[in-house]
Design a protein around this ligand. Structure first.
Ligand SMILES: [Zn+2]
Length: 56
């Protein structure tokens, strides 16, 4: 079974990274308690980046 990796974006600093849900409580970039939006792409359109350009 494959581990699901979502693409998360920190709403504070804009840092994006992949991690299995739920997102971590703190941002790896700004080390603060941030909110994360799920910018994972599930369509073949953005297979290159794994991120949805409409959300990112
Ligand atoms: Zn951040």
């Amino acid at each position: 079974m494959q581990t699901v990796q979502n693409t998360w974006k920190c709403v504070k600093c804009g840092y994006t990274f992949t991690a299995a849900p739920p997102p971590p409580p703190t941002c790896p970039s700004c080390k603060e308690k941030c909110e994360f939006v799920d910018v994972s792409c599930y369509t073949p359109d953005c297979a290159g980046t794994g991120q949805d350009p409409r959300l990112g």
